[in-house]
Write a protein that binds this ligand. Structure first.
Ligand code: ZN
Length: 232
């Protein structure tokens, strides 16, 4: 009589595990995911880095967090850039204006602009995030990772890991995006998480701030006896 009971337990365990894994939305970064090749991911991560020079007063600002939001659906090729953003804490005085929050704000404004490209209603704009991918050059803090899940993004792609940030002196709330995603399984939307894309190029933006011996990111240098990386 025991065998059927054990089999039932095993079945229940397997079913539970299968359900859990079907909700796991974390993907290997080197693979073509959602039919998007790795080279396209690299292109947009470089664009997130380049947003720093476009929207900041330096290509290597201290808070070097850049993001882009792209629509990969409905088009072939690289996809359709919707908006770019950088960390806006210093410029605005708003401590919650991390790069990802700024990107969500910028894209919402663009999507709902009555004279813009999309002219969506607020309800349509909210729905539109289900087609969008956010690229950010560093793993989001839990505030931003939660905002990404609440937004219903199709995909979230990051470069430098939060662990690398912590190891290099950045104060962080130590909750990984993966943990936020796993804890948000009850939300109606699903989002795919793709981590550590192009870290050889994103990491240098975050290694110099607390290490005077670290080299500066591309396009920047430390003036003699200087502590801060500046544009060449
Ligand atoms: Zn954040």
């Amino acid at each position: 009589m025991l065998a059927p009971f054990v089999a039932l337990l095993l079945f229940a365990a397997l079913f539970t595990q299968a359900s859990w894994w079907s909700m796991m939305i974390i993907a290997q970064p080197q693979l073509a995911i959602n039919s998007i090749p790795f080279t396209t991911r690299v292109y947009w991560m470089r664009r997130a880095n380049a947003a720093l020079a476009e929207l900041s007063d330096s290509p290597c600002p201290f808070a070097a967090f850049g993001s882009v939001i792209v629509n990969h659906t409905g088009s072939t090729g690289l996809g359709n850039l919707i908006c770019i953003a950088v960390n806006e804490n210093s410029r605005t005085g708003n401590p919650s204006m991390h790069g990802e929050i700024a990107a969500i704000n910028n894209c919402t404004a663009i999507l709902t602009d009555p004279n813009g490209r999309f002219r969506l209603s607020p309800a349509e704009a909210q729905d539109a995030f289900a087609d969008l991918t956010i690229y950010t050059n560093a793993e989001s803090c839990p505030m931003c990772a939660s905002a990404i899940r609440w937004s219903g993004f199709r995909e979230y792609v990051y470069g430098t890991s939060i662990e690398t940030l912590i190891q290099n002196g950045w104060g962080q709330i130590q909750i990984l995006s993966e943990e936020v995603f796993e804890a948000s399984r009850d939300l109606p939307s699903q989002s795919r998480l793709i981590g550590e894309i192009l870290t050889n190029e994103t990491d240098p933006y975050f290694l110099w701030q607390y290490n005077p011996n670290s080299s500066c990111p591309h396009g920047c240098h430390r003036p003699e006896n200087g502590l801060i990386c500046q544009a060449k």
